[in-house]
Design a protein around this ligand. Structure first.
Ligand code: ADP
Ligand code: MG
Ligand code: MG
Length: 948
């Protein structure tokens, strides 16, 4: 009784301690904390099971116990339970990892006895004793977290070897070379991992250096050519190195080695690599790792031994072929480490490899035979096992195996990582193989990843030197000559060259250069910067906000560290990673839209509730979006059309006109051009709704700058240059995003909006007569007060009626508004009474709700995200708690006063998978995004519907 009470008290203490640590912010440094500690405590300490056995045809754990056993441990248990040949071992649970960090790197008191008990179980299963001088048991000590973090944490092999036990290994195996090879490997791994000699970064491993020296001294190329004596000497040299570097003796007690390795594996949860990896993939710091202690099997006992890795399908393409590498007479990571050329598993792959390498068939068969040819029985067993595991897990498996003296052992299985193309193909193939159903297939593909399928990418195997890194603003890759202005870009492209437009930041005036450049690079701005938004819409690769770049327009050079890149030099952008490389890196073509891709997309359409539209300003963009499956245009920005060089003159004339008459003269020039724009877009979207936003950006953006421009414009308008400059300066704004823009333009200069409405309706009437089905939605931007909408709507509606009456046609037009000012969201009930639809403009809504200017936020936003002040860039992924709350309010109030009100979103968030899920949940009717994101949105919307 007393014992129990004491345990309870110490458990309570554990919670208290963990909680206060978490409060002091130590949790943020990556220690597993409160949640787990509480779990341990809740079970009263003793009741928590710390150690789970697997092997010899049974297991304490199962595949669905990944939280406790880690992925590796859970799958080893599952394989053992299936009766597959798994060397016996045990898993120390992730709860111990939590305890370890909460108790100043101490273990639960009961752990030692548990480990001893389970070690004895391994001994019994394999008939060897740990530390024995005649037939020693050796073990591996392997890390393994809940989510796989390949290569991030540490593993030690051949543990238990000492000067005594190595003699036992020699006599038991009858193979001195093997025993000394295992010993020197062990000293090396233990030295690296447990004693901390492994260098971070590019520096060479000191043990590898000694190994290289030895091979050189013996005049051999491969480590397999070193003799037993060479390897024994090496082990001694390794130990001397440890003595010299650390001033300690290498431990000769197997139990001390074991606990040293267990501590190192738990410690590796918080090594720099692992922390970075978790941050990149959003893996919580408090999950912790498990430790697997497992009897060694040996792939390095001779030529009837091997070690290797296999995939049940090709992870690059998804092709249904058994695929993998192995090495004879080798151990552990030798295959991955590239110390010898690995051989292929199948004969077919081996021959393909030889052809690609120019190795003649005779030489291939003699020197690099496949496993299928050299160990046919093991191969057949491995292939059978792989099939069985794939069927069991119903997913592509990534396997690790070792063959010891002709006997196959399975060391790991997990769901294999794959490219997006492979993910799509595997998911669709598995449906036709009846391994999974369609809903599962839809859930198997990461929406963001299918970007890769729609744009060309950088050849992953090409050598490259990185110059800088920015925000991966628009995916795909591009190489070209550096140019520093839009005009330069236009000239160079006209001369047949390929260019990357490099700007500190872009503005609407750069559109013509952006349009012709292969890619866009900026030093300032993020996901929602002008460059990013425009590039995505154009489907053009863009790296934005690469702040290391010091861009000097004059004389035309980019300085980064010791590099200087001049005008005309080649650079390559990877818009999917945000990397910028020197020179021209080779590309690989996109896999295009495979049959499987189209099949999967078809399935998503049957599942999702949200409609998907695209943002398109030009007929080509509209067609592209439609080809990707868009069901309408969610945002057509009329002003993008205004910036084209042949129109900007008329636009400026309109803005700077002295009076109404002057403005109307300029508008008359614009009317036919706008009508032409709409004709093209309506035709491309025959039968589908097209949402057109009336003029939105601040007039400020259209103002002329150069003396020449001003002189010319003054002539056209008929005023002096001085007067024109004065008018221009009067229009200058300090804070244009909160200035003369959106519906304010329509209120102050009604003729501008009326010209646009006329262009829309005249184009529509003409097409209706041609038999095209046109469904225009006229959208009024930046409404903050219902009066704004009432006035503008009444004007527009009257004009529409007048035009349709004169043309004697019917067009099912509607007039609605954007919800992008917080006040509009809060008064949505009033606004909804005058609106046929709402469309959330979440870029502006985010700016105004958070008081963040998206063009200036690059100064602090990256830091905010890095330090966790904000969970993510709110311009890339919707701030659901804050901005999202405004949306919820607007949806509820809007639909209350206007039942059935159509509501969509047209901000950049419409293409972000997490934001799409949110839009589904709050009941929007559609999302709209750039054409290339339409497939992503279809998939994300389907997953959102299935998540219910
Ligand atoms: P990682 O998580 O980095 O893949 P592992 O724990 O899987 O690390 O170990 C790496 C390699 O070490 C395995 O692929 C396997 O080849 C080898 N290995 C691990 N445990 C054993 C064992 N018990 N017997 C033989 N080889 C092992
Ligand atoms: Mg592994
Ligand atoms: Mg807006």
């Amino acid at each position: 009784m007393a014992v129990v009470r004491k345990k309870k008290r110490s458990a309570a203490r554990a919670v208290k301690k963990a909680t206060s640590q978490a409060r002091r912010g130590r949790a943020a440094k990556g220690r597993p904390t409160r949640k787990v500690a509480k779990k341990v405590a809740a079970k009263g300490g003793r009741a928590t099971r710390y150690v789970y056995f697997f092997g010899a045809g049974s297991a304490d754990g199962r595949a669905d116990m990944k939280n406790t056993l880690g992925g590796k441990g859970a799958n080893l248990a599952e394989m053992a339970g299936l009766g597959l040949p798994v060397p016996p071992g045990f898993t120390i649970s992730t709860d111990v990892c939590a305890y370890y960090y909460d108790h100043g790197r101490q273990y639960p008191p009961a752990l030692r006895a548990d480990v001893a008990k389970h070690l004895a179980k391994i001994e019994a299963a394999v008939g060897k004793r740990f530390g024995d001088r005649t037939n020693p048991l050796l073990v591996s000590v392997r890390s393994g977290a809940r989510a796989s973090m390949p290569g991030m944490m540490d593993t030690v092999l051949n543990l238990g070897l000492t000067p005594d036990t190595v003699q036992g290994l020699i006599s038991a195996s009858g193979n001195a070379r093997f025993a000394w090879d295992s010993y020197r490997r062990f000293v090396q791994m233990y030295g690296d991992v447990v004693l901390g000699l492994k260098p971070e970064g590019k520096e060479q491993d000191p043990f590898e250096e000694l190994l290289e020296k030895k091979k050189h001294a013996r005049g051999v190329e491969n480590d397999t050519d070193l003799s037993a004596d060479d390897l024994r000497e090496l082990a001694d040299e390794f130990k001397a190195l440890i003595r010299q570097r650390l001033g300690i003796e290498f431990p000769n007690d197997p139990h001390e080695q074991l606990w040293g390795a267990i501590g190192a594996v738990f410690g590796s949860w918080n090594n720099a690599r692992a922390i970075t990896y978790r941050k990149m993939y959003g893996i919580p710091d408090d999950w912790g790792t498990a430790v697997n202690v497992q009897a060694m099997v040996f792939g390095n006992l001779g030529d009837d031994c091997a070690t290797g890795v296999a995939f049940t399908r090709d992870p690059a393409t998804g092709a249904h072929i058994f695929y993998g590498d192995f090495l004879r007479n080798a151990q552990g990571e030798d295959v991955v480490a590239g110390i010898r050329t690995p051989q292929q598993l199948t004969r077919h792959a081996s021959q393909e490899w030889a052809t690609a390498q120019g190795v003649p068939e005779a030489e291939r068969a003699a020197r690099y035979p496949s496993l299928e040819e050299s160990m046919p029985q093991c191969f057949a067993q491995l292939e059978r096992t792989a099939k069985r595991l794939e069927k069991h897990y119903r997913d592509m498996q990534d396997l690790e195996f070792t063959i010891e003296r002709g006997r196959l052992w399975m060391l790991q299985t997990r769901n294999g990582k794959r490219t997006a193309a492979a993910a799509v193909k595997i998911a669709v193939d598995m449906v036709s193989e009846r391994l999974i159903d369609r809903d599962t297939a839809i859930q198997r593909v990461e929406p963001a990843s299918i970007d890769q399928l729609l744009h060309p990418g950088i050849d992953p195997n090409a050598p490259k030197e990185r110059l800088a890194r920015g925000v991966p603003a628009s995916p795909g890759a591009a190489a070209g000559e550096v140019v520093f202005s839009a005009d330069e870009a236009a000239d160079a492209v006209a001369a047949g060259r390929t260019v990357i437009l490099v700007r500190v930041e872009t503005s609407p005036e750069d559109i013509h250069g952006m349009n012709v450049a292969a890619g866009i690079l900026t030093a300032r701005g993020g996901q929602a910067s002008h460059a990013a938004v425009v590039a995505r819409q154009m489907g053009k690769c863009c790296v934005a906000g690469a702040s290391e770049l010091d861009i000097r327009y004059d004389p035309g050079v980019i300085l980064v560290g010791s590099h200087s890149v001049k005008r005309g030099d080649w650079i390559t952008l990877d818009g999917s990673t945000g990397e910028v490389f020197l020179g021209r890196v080779p590309m690989v073509a996109s896999h295009g839209q495979s049959a499987e891709f189209r099949t999967l997309m078809g399935w998503t359409d049957r599942v999702r509730r949200l409609k998907i539209r695209c943002n398109a300003d030009k007929p080509e963009e509209a067609e592209l979006g439609r080809a990707f499956g868009a069901e309408g245009i969610g945002l057509c920005r009329t002003e993008h059309m205004f910036f084209e060089p042949e129109r900007i003159g008329a636009v400026r004339e309109m803005i700077l006109a002295r009076d109404l008459a002057g403005r109307e003269r300029a508008l008359a020039k614009l009317l036919p051009i706008q009508r032409g724009d709409f004709l093209g877009i309506f035709r491309a979207m025959d039968g589908l709704p097209v949402n057109i936003r009336l003029l939105d950006p601040p007039l400020h953006e259209f103002l002329p700058h150069g003396d020449e421009e001003i002189a010319e414009l003054a002539k056209t308008i008929g005023v002096s240059a001085t007067e024109l400059v004065a008018r221009r300066d009067a229009l200058f704004e300090i804070n244009p995003m909160l200035g003369m823009r959106g519906c304010r333009l329509g209120i102050v200069y009604p003729e501008i909006y009326l010209m646009q409405v006329r262009a829309i309706m005249e184009a529509a009437s003409q097409l209706v007569r041609e038999g095209v089905k046109v469904i225009p939605e006229i959208m009024i931007p930046l409404v903050a007060h219902v009066h704004e909408l009432e006035i503008l709507r009444a004007q527009a509606d009257a004009l529409c009626k007048e035009i349709l009456a004169a043309a004697e046609v019917k067009v099912p037009y509607t007039i609605g508004t954007m919800i992008e000012v917080p006040r509009a969201a809060l008064t949505a009930d009033e606004i909804a009474q005058s609106a046929a639809f709402f469309s959330f403009g979440t870029n502006d809504l985010t700016q105004m709700a958070m008081g963040l200017s998206r063009d200036d936020a690059a100064k602090f936003l990256p830091q905010y995200v890095d330090r966790g002040v904000l969970p993510a860039d709110p311009f890339a992924t919707l701030d659901q708690v804050g901005v999202g709350e405004l949306m919820r309010i607007a949806v509820a109030k809007g639909r209350r006063s206007h039942p059935g009100l159509k509501i969509g979103i047209c901000g950049e968030h419409g293409g972000d998978p997490a934001s799409i899920v949110f839009c589904h949940e709050i009941g929007l009717d559609y999302v709209s995004c750039s054409p290339y994101r339409v497939p992503i949105a279809r998939l994300a919307a389907a997953q959102a519907a299935l998540a219910r």
